[in-house]
Design a protein around this ligand. Structure first.
Ligand code: ZN
Length: 390
């Protein structure tokens, strides 16, 4: 038998990907195209020999999805063992986030504001004359798993409670979140973090007016952080804990707000300055009630997400119980594509459940129409956010 003759075809297929979104001002490597080389045999005894070889190389450029889904909620304090374990939920908190977990888990990135410390015991509690009236929050360590199980993979620690138990509280919280692979930032020692999820790189920074946190009032430093992140990542998410508190302060004033004698920032100026510097999504919280949303330069801003799951120690009357989940689809460079406000509402002592009356979305719709009448944004009663791109 003559030797089998093998034919080789050298294929080199170059697929040029079509990038739909405009690149950001800073040039970055294209994150959407991943290259893969596959080797396989092609044999044919009937074709004259061209060259002896036994493999064909094909390069395939795989187009990855050009959008990601990012969700954000407001304050999370799912039970405290200080001053008394009676402020802890039953069954180790396993069910406290379970009614909303199916929604939260659908996102690539799910954000919330961690309004307290994760620490089993000890630490140096903030000075309180009467511990029963002292609102300092120490969530036991097992609660990290409750956040994880509910889909949270990004938390802010820039708020007025992350220093409730001094340095021990900060160290414990940082270690436990790191072990659980939940990304976080907002301490003055760690104002931002960078992480990769899927094929994209994210930058996250968090700000507040409180000691030990990255300052919402130092806009120049905040801008520099965002500009630095913009040179390194695809999507920048910003958290702020700012503005006055309560249902008398639902509006975005576009001015500096003071509360309890503290400068709580000018959340409008802060948000716009950071979008100008390259931020893509801004999740605000702090007032314990919801505020307007806005889209500025194709970037999404929520001025307050209110409370989300704030157990036993919080006023949950009226609008304080509204617990929106902001559900966004953004491009791989962070531009707003579509969004929805999923309305949840806190029940009992602070258990969020999906709200068939859609109250969070309806209130955000009203506030957005009043505070940003000029905006090309429509919040439908269903919570769907429509935007006519400028
Ligand atoms: Zn707060």
């Amino acid at each position: 038998m003559p030797a089998m003759k093998y034919v080789s075809f050298a294929f080199f297929i170059l697929v040029v990907s079509c990038k739909i979104q405009q690149p950001q001002s800073t040039p970055k490597p294209d994150p959407e195209v991943h290259e893969q080389t596959i080797q396989f045999d092609i044999t044919s005894p009937d074709i004259p020999v061209v060259e002896i070889a036994d493999s064909v190389e094909i390069r395939i450029h795989r187009l990855l999805p050009d959008y990601v889904r990012i969700m954000g909620v407001g304050d999370l304090m799912i039970g405290t063992n200080f001053p008394n374990p009676k402020y802890l939920p039953p069954d180790s908190g396993n069910s406290i986030l379970s009614f909303v977990a199916d929604s939260l888990k659908l996102a690539d990135v799910t954000f919330g504001n961690l309004e307290g410390v994760i620490l089993n015991e000890g630490g140096t509690p903030k000075n309180c004359k009467n511990p029963e009236k002292c609102y300092v929050f120490r969530m036991p360590e097992y609660m990290v798993q409750n956040f994880k199980n509910a889909g949270f993979n990004l938390l802010s620690v820039a708020n007025n409670h992350s220093g409730d138990f001094g340095e021990e509280g900060r160290v414990s919280t940082s270690n436990l979140l790191t072990q659980a692979e939940i990304h976080f930032a907002g301490f003055d020692t760690k104002p931002y973090t960078i992480f990769k999820k899927g094929h994209l790189r994210y930058g996250f920074a968090a700000f507040a007016p409180n000691k030990g946190t990255a300052s919402i009032n130092d806009i120049e430093t905040a801008r520099n952080i965002v500009a630095h992140l913009d040179s390194l990542v695809d999507i920048i998410i910003i958290s702020f804990h700012g503005g006055a508190e309560g249902k008398s302060f639902e509006h975005v004033t576009r001015e500096t707000e003071f509360f309890y004698g503290e400068n709580r920032g000018n959340v409008y100026e802060f948000s716009h300055a950071l979008v100008d510097a390259g931020a893509d999504i801004i999740f605000g919280h702090g007032p314990h009630v919801v505020r307007a949303i806005e889209i500025y330069k194709n970037r999404f801003i929520a001025y307050s997400l209110g409370n989300f799951s704030t157990y036993a120690r919080f006023n949950l009357r009226g609008p304080n119980a509204f617990a929106p989940i902001i559900d966004l689809q953004v491009s791989s460079s962070g531009e707003f594509l579509s969004g929805k406000i999923i309305s949840a509402i806190q029940t009992g002592l602070g258990i969020p459940k999906i709200d068939s009356q859609n109250r969070a979305a309806l209130r955000i719709k009203e506030l957005s129409e009043i505070d940003f009448p000029e905006a090309e944004i429509i919040v439908e009663s269903s919570g769907v956010i429509s935007y006519i791109q400028q």
